[in-house]
Design a protein around this ligand. Sequence first.
Ligand code: DGT
Ligand code: CA
Length: 366
Amino acid sequence: MVQGRVVMLADFDYFFAQCEELRNPSIKDKPVVVCVYSGRTEDSGAVSTSNYIARRYDVKSGIPIFLAKRNLEDTNAIFFPVDHEYYTQISNRIMQILNTYAGSLEQVSIDEAYLDVTLQVDGSFEKAYLYAQKIKQDIKTQIGLSLSIGIGPNKLVAKIACDNQKPNGLTLVKPLEAANFLAPLPVNRLLGVGKKTSTRLEQMGIKTIADLAKYDVQRLIAMFGKTLGLYFHNAANAIDNEPVVFAGEAESISKIGTLKQDTHDLDCILHKTDELIETVYKEVTEKNYNFKTISLYVVNVDLLTKSRSITLEQPAKDKETLKRNIRLLLEKYLTESPIDIRRIGVKVSGFSKKQPQQKQLSSFFS
Ligand code: DGT
Ligand code: CA
């Protein structure tokens, strides 16, 4: 029987900038900066992220674009505007790959996810290290991106392990090493310890995680309340029982469009819904979702919006089910309402994750 858990945090390196390098390989050896332009003046706005070459010039997330340009003045730096749609597409693809390696996957941001791999590696941290190398290699081959992975007995340790070595890092912290690994780090490395809390802790003589781990738990509770006090105590002692759970980050996927002309004609409208279904379906497959609810949105020429939904008995994942039900909803709607339609929308929701075939451990460790 497997005793403890084996948890990984996968975090993609300089994600937006690396995505830009992916489609422009020739820029890889130059400073690359991805910017959110506010549009007021040519250079107003902030840096979203930068590659590690640009970081050597102190160009990083959040700094003003004009400052980044000044720091990179004498270099051949390249600046890009953020392209969320493209980064999301890549994110969907990488999450789908990560999902095939995990017992459960919890996506926490566009480029970060926890993986519970306990069963995949038989609870062995040695195997987990090889497994992580395999994941990194697979993503490099399939997508062309590098990432950093932290491995630990829980999410808290995996996260801090991952931050320990970047980019292209791989850090393993075994259960018995976890408390020592955290001990010398400043308390603000723990999730939930921001500037205000770390100042307060410092006033109590607590600077490092080791200081916090030794501190009397009752006094922590008196200072911060039961929930937070206990959390600090446990976290500092590398204890974290939070499970890795599928987060279901999208609650629905929808697409709405305007008809070529206002109409009440079934075939004309179906022509449009088919087009919308293609887009919605593409995203559903990319995210590897099953859906349970299908909705039709109608904006009439009087600009009133109506919606009709069907909840399926069993979650579905195929385009035919989507098409058939949208058609049924539309036919019914047209018999109920004589008014011409201007815009039409398709939505799916009630997601659960399609279980991919689990990779067999034996295929990696034979
Ligand atoms: P890393 O993980 O340190 O190698 O670098 P990144 O760039 O992947 O940083 P991370 O993981 O914190 O954030 C993932 C993406 O989120 C990043 O590529 C761009 C975006 N992002 C991060 N911080 C900011 C920010 O302060 N402003 C904006 N607009 N976007 C940000
Ligand atoms: Ca990242």
